[in-house]
Design a protein around this ligand. Structure first.
Ligand SMILES: C[S@@+](CC[C@H](N)C(=O)[O-])C[C@H]1O[C@@H](n2cnc3c(N)ncnc32)[C@H](O)[C@@H]1O
Length: 398
């Protein structure tokens, strides 16, 4: 069936129509004339698979990666970087307009490296094949190189089969010294660890949450700060963009005295903000991350901050107007309304909201808009060549 692709949806897929019913086709771009196969029919829409490009869009460029058409790892290797920036700006501005939020985002901070920027990838292993899932399916695409991952991750990727894992997942992280930390989840017996360790700069291997070689953490250095990061603690995947976030945090906490950092992870933003603030408290749900945060506080000689391990929903009594600034850097699900309403009740002057999910961010901004105005909204191209984006938003009390 032939389809003309009209525009992108907000997951970076091409959109067309079959008899006025919408169809989403991954890896197609506006202006393409394509042959497709319907993979799913729902009440209000279809999902499709690109079979052949009949006439390419003028925006289309040849993807550098041989796995691109099938692999679900990224979605924008087939358009220019400037097109993908325009997409990100248009997408966020459309979401804001739909929610009657009166702000137009214009600033986007670009990545420094267009390829090989990610310090972490998670691979699936099925029947001994190692790779990523295909777009919107659980079909594995075997790969031996990923253009988004750092070189050292790609080097070891080619040799991972020697571990003889049949089924499971394998996360590889890489730090500033190009040391590698492997986190493996499998029920299989693992072979040849010594061979892998002798060939690569591996600082730790964790198997099913148990450290079986070296350490279960690594040390990352960013912008003169050092951070211990446990294998199961969150850390931003793009070190350069993370330092840009640090700069924005420094700039926007210059006049902050008491700061509350909800969702603080291993204390990265807390430690950066504490170089300005008199007092800071960080809250995080993952116990190992809080242990790291306490370690990191000492590692960076910052004594004006404390960390607590809790679910943000359960510490509403700590969200008091004693704080003049709140940093919110939640997971993709965003901030629960209970937490946002409490912040509103306490009249906290400034909110710094950092988000990797524009949909939940805009939902939360909608809830805050009667009490807070947006002073600044910047997009950071944290996930270059994908439809994902990071937002940095400054809100102040109306
Ligand atoms: C996007 S990360 C941000 C971490 C940190 N700000 C950074 O830049 O490294 C979100 C963090 O929120 C934590 N988290 C998730 N749900 C939470 C909750 N309900 N209460 C507290 N922390 C939570 C996650 O474990 C994760 O560390």
């Amino acid at each position: 069936m032939e389809i003309e692709v009209i525009k992108f949806d907000n997951l970076g897929r091409g959109i067309g129509y079959i008899n006025n019913k919408i169809i989403f086709i991954p890896k197609t771009i506006p202006g393409d004339l394509v042959e497709i196969q319907i993979t799913q029919e729902k009440k209000n829409y279809y999902e499709g698979r690109l079979v052949k490009i009949i006439k390419p869009s003028i925006l289309r460029k040849k993807a550098i990666c041989p796995y691109f058409n099938e692999c679900g790892g990224c979605d924008f290797l087939n358009i220019s970087l400037s097109e993908s920036m325009d997409y990100k700006l248009d997408m966020i501005n459309e979401l804001l307009t739909k929610n009657n939020i009166d702000y137009k985002v214009q600033n986007i901070i670009k990545n420094k490296e267009n390829y090989n920027y990610r310090n972490k990838i998670t691979l699936k292993i099925i029947n001994g094949a190692i790779g990523f899932y295909q777009n919107e399916s659980h079909q594995l695409i075997e790969i031996n190189y990923c253009y988004l991952a750092k070189d050292e991750i790609n080097n070891i990727l080619k040799d991972l089969h020697i571990l003889n894992i049949k089924n499971g997942t394998l996360t590889i992280r890489c730090n500033y010294k190009n040391e590698l930390l492997l986190d493996i989840k499998t029920e299989d017996k693992i072979d040849n660890i010594d061979d892998l360790v002798s060939k690569y700069k591996i600082i730790g291997i964790v198997l099913n949450d148990k450290c079986i070689y070296g350490d279960d953490y690594f040390i990352e250095k960013l912008d003169n700060f050092l951070f211990k990061v446990s294998y199961n603690a969150f850390f931003q995947v793009n070190p350069y963009i993370c330092t840009e976030i640090f700069n924005l945090i420094k700039e926007n906490t210059k006049h902050s005295e008491k700061v509350l950092d909800l969702y603080c992870g291993v204390g990265t933003l807390s430690i950066v903000a504490s170089t300005n603030a008199k007092k800071l408290m960080g809250v995080e749900i993952v116990e190992n991350a809080i242990k790291d945060a306490n370690f990191n506080k000492k590692l960076n000689n910052q004594n004006n901050l404390e960390f607590i391990c809790a679910d943000t929903k359960n510490i509403l009594n700590k969200m008091t107007s004693n704080y003049d600034t709140i940093i919110l850097d939640p997971p993709r699900s965003g901030v629960p309304s209970k937490v946002l309403n409490k912040i509103k009740d306490e009249n906290i002057n400034k909110i710094i909201y950092i988000s990797c999910n524009p949909h939940t961010l805009v939902r939360d901004l909608d809830l805050l808009k009667d009490s807070y105005k947006i002073n600044d909204f910047i997009i950071l191209d944290m996930f270059t060549h994908t439809h994902h984006l990071e937002s940095f938003c400054i809100l102040t009390k109306k």
